[in-house]
Design a protein around this ligand. Structure first.
Ligand SMILES: C[S@@+](CC[C@H](N)C(=O)[O-])C[C@H]1O[C@@H](n2cnc3c(N)ncnc32)[C@H](O)[C@@H]1O
Length: 271
């Protein structure tokens, strides 16, 4: 009897178009149940916010991955000639609830630099504003931001253009270039062909053979429910109008993580 009722309710959700949101609710409840508390000496955002940015409430994952990604950015910046222990102005685009900022912002500020984080989600920004050092602001889905032209040495965006359609990614690359000082560095992660082969739903890797940019659920742009993939070659083309592409670190095939573009703003980008 209960199964019959469940099937009827399920069919009702399908017919009403609510099946997607209902599934997401269930996923969220499962995610919120995961993980135990840890103390890594930094403010830890609440489970609701961690799930929003990373799909899991697991504190150890949030802490360790955030620390590892911060180290990856530090090294990538260094490879491009920027030393994060000198006074730099840094912008974290799509900062979420500070998964990476909680590791980088204190050091940037201690070195005499400034740290700015921005995101489209008010709740995430509000948490960062009260718990992390630096300045945090809400930006819109589409640029421009209110950030002054030529005011930033290092801009980074982890797992942000992975949730944007191609025109939006182009616009954000232009915006990052505007905000950077000449010679400034941008670090932008994206889902490349290796990542698609490892993690994408069936069809995406194949689609990338014939298309430059593949997207799922584009009506949900800016949220984690929309995903975008592009090849390393095409990402270089997208960045090309504004940046010298210093390196593209591939996702890798063994334990794929997001690919990372290391970009240097060409002089003359900021008006
Ligand atoms: C997968 S989460 C990653 C968050 C954070 N960068 C991290 O690594 O934990 C994607 C984040 O990008 C934000 N976002 C999506 N589109 C954005 C946009 N156009 N501008 C700023 N933030 C955006 C989302 O609100 C979300 O916080």
């Amino acid at each position: 009897m209960r199964d019959t009722l469940r099937r009827i309710v399920h069919r009702g959700y399908e017919l009403s178009g609510l099946i997607g949101p209902m599934h997401r609710r269930v996923e969220r409840r499962l995610a919120l149940a995961a993980g135990k508390s840890i103390d890594d000496g930094r403010p830890m955002p609440p489970a609701e916010l961690r799930v929003l940015v990373s799909g899991t409430a697991d504190e150890a994952w949030f802490s360790e991955r955030g620390k590892a990604d911060a180290a990856r950015f530090r090294n990538a910046a260094e490879s491009a000639g920027l030393d994060l222990s000198s006074a730099l102005d840094v912008w974290d685009l799509g900062c979420g609830c500070g998964r990476i900022a909680r590791w980088l912002a204190p050091d940037v500020i201690a070195a005499g630099g400034s740290f700015l984080g921005s995101d489209i989600n008010r709740a995430l920004v509000a948490w960062c504003q009260t718990k992390l050092p630096g300045r945090f602001l809400v930006n819109r889905l589409k640029p421009p931001t209110t950030i002054a032209s030529g005011s930033v040495d290092l801009a980074y965006a982890y797992s942000v253009v992975t949730h944007l359609r191609e025109p939006q990614t182009r616009s954000w690359l232009a915006e990052i270039a505007r905000v950077l000082r000449p010679g400034g560095v941008a670090l932008v992660s994206f889902h490349d062909e290796d990542y698609a082969a490892a993690w994408a739903p069936p069809g995406v890797a194949g689609a990338l053979q014939t298309r430059d940019y593949a997207v799922l659920n584009d009506a949900l742009e800016g949220s984690n429910y929309m995903s975008a993939w592009t090849s390393r070659r095409h990402f270089s083309q997208l960045a090309g109008p504004h940046f010298d592409v210093l390196a593209i670190e591939p996702s890798g095939r063994e334990a794929p993580t997001q690919a990372l573009a290391v970009l240097r703003a060409r002089p003359g980008q900021a008006p």
